[in-house]
Structure formats: C-alpha cells, structure tokens
Design a binder for this molecule. Structure first.
Ligand SMILES: Cc1cc2nc3c(=O)[nH]c(=O)nc-3n(C[C@H](O)[C@H](O)[C@H](O)COP(=O)(O)O)c2cc1C
Length: 197
C-alpha cells in the first residue's frame, strides 16, 4: 500500500479550528498517514487583527505552522479542511486560498482525491452544516471524492450528530466525544485514500 499523504488545512481566528486540525493530524498520523498540518494565511489588515487580543494571540499561536500552498495540494492525495463559519459560509481567508487553485484544478491535480471538512460556529445551529456543504460544492467542481463521516461511527452521535463533517460550538471543551468524532473523520479519510491509492 502506498503511503497516504494528507494535507490538513485550517483557518482559525481564535484557535478553535487549529485545535480541531491538530486533533485530526494526530489521528491521521496514528492511522499511518504522512501529514502536513497547514494554516491558511491571514488576509485581514494587521490593524484589524491587532485590535482584538484573541485574534492577535491566534496569529502568534499559529505562526510556526507552515502556510498552505498550491504545491501542498498537489503533494497530498487526501485533504481535510477545517474553518469557522462566517454568516453560514467558509471564511474569505480560506476562499482566497481556494481561488489560487485554478491551475491545479485545470490540470486535474485536485481530482480523484478524497476530501472532508470540519467547521465551528458560535451557536449550536449557527450555520455549520451550510458551511461544510458549501465547501463540498467546491470540492465537487474539483472532481474530488467527498469523504464525509456520515453515521459510520457511534462517536458522531455523541459529538452532536453532524454527518457532513465534525462541527464544533465555540467555547465547548474538546472532550473525549469531540476528539473521537474528529479522530474518526480523519481515520476514515486516511482509510478511503488508502483504498483509492
Ligand atoms: C464575521 C463573522 C461571522 C460569523 N458568523 C457566524 C454565524 O453565521 N454563525 C455562528 O454561529 N457564528 C458565527 N461567527 C462565529 C464564528 O463562527 C466563531 O468565532 C468561530 O467558529 C470560532 O472558530 P475559530 O476559533 O477557529 O476562529 C462569526 C464570526 C465572525 C467574526
């Protein structure tokens, strides 16, 4: 079996999605994958970032993690995205990165690879499902293969029951249930990528 190379790409303003990506990275490594944990570059003006202590702290917290590039997208044979909900959509920072991938799309470099997504929102029903499904629309344009968790493990029910991808409510702890659901999503992605390789 050839090695699964998974790009775990996150954007986070306050740290939630970085935590989710890190939990997923640990699970993907435990499942035997080679993992690149990658952050989406911040595009908000420095003055805006620095006007909020939480945002400024997150920029510093994430600074040692490499920024995702189109080359990473070519390298990987599976993708896991994690990003917060912004008015029911993915954040512009992530969309800006996606919008640099026209060349990779055109040359088929994003096709036939399994992909999955996670999100968080302030409210329990704040648009998480819409955010994930919106990303999946884009991944369908790539010809990627959506590897949503569905209800393939008991951990999904215990973590809130979102079959499209793990979704978090901001401020909640990452307890055993949350970690298990994220871990299951990452492991399932690795297993599907291995089957496709
Ligand atoms: C511009 C903006 C729009 C947001 N829109 C929503 C929303 O539609 N629903 C919701 O529940 N939370 C919303 N939030 C809250 C974020 O989803 C929340 O801060 C995020 O999930 C935390 O993730 P992070 O720590 O990785 O940044 C919004 C936050 C911002 C700054």
């Amino acid at each position: 079996m050839s090695t699964v190379k998974i790009a775990i790409v996150f954007y986070s303003t306050y740290g939630t999605n970085q935590q989710m990506a890190e939990i997923a990275a640990e699970a993907a490594r435990a499942a035997g994958a080679e993992v690149r944990l990658l952050r989406i570059a911040e595009t908000a003006p420095e003055a805006v970032v620095n006007s909020q202590d939480g945002w400024k702290a997150q920029v510093e917290r994430a600074s040692s993690i490499p920024v995702a590039t189109p080359e990473d997208m070519e390298w990987a044979n599976a993708y896991l995205f994690s990003a917060p909900t912004r008015f029911g959509q993915a954040p512009s920072q992530l969309r800006a990165f996606i919008d640099t991938l026209g060349g990779q799309w055109f040359t088929g470099k994003l096709a036939n690879k399994p992909v999955s997504a996670m999100t968080s929102a302030q409210n329990a029903h704040g648009g998480q499902e819409a955010t994930i499904l919106g990303l999946y629309t884009t991944f369908l344009h790539w010809g990627a293969i959506i590897a949503a968790p569905g209800y393939t493990d008991a951990s999904i029910f215990a973590a809130g029951g979102n079959p499209y991808g793990y979704s978090h409510t901001q401020g909640k702890e990452f307890g055993d249930n949350e970690k298990a659901a994220i871990g299951h999503q990452a492991k399932r992605l690795v297993e599907i990528a291995a089957k496709l390789a």
